[in-house]
Design a protein around this ligand. Sequence first.
Ligand SMILES: [Zn+2]
Length: 428
Amino acid sequence: MPAVEILRLDRLGRFDSIIADMSEGKNRLADGVAEANRGSGSSKRQMMKALILVDIQNDFLPGGALAVPDGDVIIPVVNRLQAAFSLVAATRDWHPADHGSFAANHPGKKVFEQIDLNGLPQMLWPVHCVQGTFGAEFAPALRRERIARIFPKGTDAAIDSYSGLFDNGHRKSTGLGEWLKASGIQEVFVCGLATDYCVKFTALDAAQLGFKTHFVEDASRGVNLQPDDVEKAIAEMNRAGIKAVQSADILKQQMNPPATLHTGRFLALIKEGHWEYVDRVNATGAALIFALTAEQKVLLVEQYRIPVHARTVELPAGIIGDEPGNSKESQAEAARRELLEETGYSAETMAVLTTGPACSGITSERVTLFHASGLRRTGKGGGVAHEDITVHEVPLAEIMPWLEAKAKTGVLIDPKVYAGLFLAAQGK
Ligand SMILES: [Zn+2]
């Protein structure tokens, strides 16, 4: 029986195929193609659109060196938005330490002062997004699995780069424009931080390169050094033919938008395609703490956990931004607060060991594992109000037999305890 295999690209850029039976004639084949398009959840038009995420980095978030007010609010919006695009690119401010845009590199000059930098007007900024530092990393809560490529900018100390496409003198391309064109993109949606600087200039350059360009307003926030800077930036984009759109309008056009099945007080149950998972409500992530005292004792917490109906031994941990009025606290601050609440110890240093998904099949939550040192007992610990937490101080040298003995009594051991031990042992 003659059959033809039709290859198509699905939304993640993977090839898959359908087998059309030629013996039943043209109609069957045409149906097959139509079916394939329905299955892919994207029209041809949608295949040509890209989302550009501008500088969603720690230093531009509350608590960062050059914090954009409410910058963190865009992250859940941006995370949902990514699913509506077949191509997602991200730019990243990526400065050498001697960058000419830092006030600190111009003795006698102040932050937010305007200078001439190699023939171009330059606003002086606090030191930010220095290559290899935590501040330059993407926000831990930003989903990255759909980001196809990252474009660094501002890498030349002699010239700044607000746009994700060119430096401020339009001397050198970052490669983003060429890459979008090579990927067949005709239409781009720009969002991120900050509306009145890098988002605006990225959008203006994209429009100038001939892309049909949109600015996603609720997935962006501005610095507003002057109170109407964002307003002016949107007006300037409008004059260049760039329309402001809302993420909800983009998601509405999607065939399989993530649907919220239920929102509780702490969690929301989401269905995306065939997958169900939970998002935390009013939280930006979670902190886990591997804490080692000067006496080489590891701090572990034991408590009854309702979902597993058992007592568990875990690293001290907590969600970030869960306390009323604390929604903007930095991750390290949150980790310090949780450690003190749960164990009664305050930490001198709180260094990041790693960041990753908490449980990638079940929740969108990402956790940051910290290494706490310089510990001092200043409180009683035991958690807040309703929490009933037992704190264990276990000598590092005896921890494996201790955990084994605990497990034998029916207590569940969180595998992340071992991850903390392993990473701390690597001397990270
Ligand atoms: Zn910069």
